[in-house]
Design a protein around this ligand. Structure first.
Ligand code: NAD
Length: 267
């Protein structure tokens, strides 16, 4: 049995991840963690995830449940994830991390913390999206500098970071295919007298509305035509199923940082 702890277990992703863990063959949900002060803390874990066996209550400190865990799934918030990475490293538990929106400093600290353990860290766990990452880089390389690149994403109104980690990854892929440094060419939104579009810029745009689980389009536009490569997530299951796949991959993997390209053997 692979023993799994889910942090952010009362969150949108956390609840699906806990449910799929309970349903998953060879997986056991051994703990759920929430933020200190969250209303779910102290309530039975099984109350959050109907239809399966889950012992114990939701706790507010990963240290309380990590002892029994082979792997911790973390889809929470940047500061919490960095903290949880250090706890996992101390206890030798593997990690599957989907949290987005880390600052450069948080990312550096996270990368340092997970060095001794196996960790899959991906801005998007959907299989089709990971195929799109590859396609965008290839398309950018083939189309070259004659095509303007713009990335547009849409997410539900509760999302707290923008642009999405996935949109950034798509833009990085396009930049890589075009041999550009994204930080030097990225333009976030446009407003006012910004002047003509420069040939090398990569535009990023974030929509926030309703309950959209995740929409991403990458446009390549030239005179007379444009190509749109689009991914549409109709539910969070696309991410949750991928994260569970990553759980099976990461347990027993050598220490190191992996992404979904490794899990799906897309390299
Ligand atoms: P959410 O707000 O519904 O859930 C996050 C949960 O984390 C909340 O319940 C919150 O209380 C909890 N949390 C915060 N601090 C905590 C702490 N210290 N300890 C334990 N729990 C804590 O958000 P969501 O929609 O589930 O998304 C969570 C994260 O996952 C976001 O960063 C989002 O962008 C990312 N995400 C990634 C993917 C992917 O495929 N990589 C897919 C969807 C969402």
């Amino acid at each position: 049995m692979i023993r799994v702890v889910v942090t952010g277990v009362a969150g949108r992703m956390g609840q699906r991840l806990a449910a799929l863990t309970i349903e998953g063959e060879g997986l056991e949900l051994v703990g759920g963690v929430e933020a200190p002060g969250h209303e779910a803390v102290g309530s039975p874990l099984s109350a959050l995830v109907s239809g399966g066996e889950a012992a114990g209550d939701v706790v507010d400190d990963l240290e309380m449940v990590i002892g029994g865990a082979d792997v911790v799934i973390a889809f929470t918030a940047p500061a919490a994830t960095v903290e949880h990475a250090a706890v996992c490293a101390r206890h030798g538990s593997a990690m599957v991390v989907g949290t987005t929106g880390m600052s450069a400093d948080q990312l550096a600290e996270f990368n340092r913390a997970v060095k001794p353990i196996a960790c899959v860290f991906a801005p998007n766990f959907s299989t089709a999206m990971n195929v799109l990452f590859k396609l965008v880089e290839e398309a950018a390389g083939i189309l070259g500098d004659d095509y303007d690149v713009e990335v547009v994403e849409a997410h539900h109104r509760h999302k707290v970071d923008a642009p999405s980690g996935t949109a950034l990854r798509l833009a990085e892929g396009a930049a890589q295919g075009l041999r550009r440094n994204l930080a030097e060419v990225v333009v976030h939104g446009r407003e006012g007298a910004v002047g003509e579009r420069t040939r090398k810029e990569i535009g990023m745009h974030a929509l926030r509305l309703g309950d959209v689980a995740g929409d991403h389009s990458v446009y390549f536009g030239a005179s007379g035509e444009y190509l749109e490569l689009r991914h549409h997530a109709s539910s969070r299951d696309a991410f949750a199923v991928g994260a569970i796949r990553a759980v099976r991959y990461v347990v027993g993997a050598e220490p190191g940082l992996y992404d979904m390209g490794d899990v799906l053997a897309l390299r």
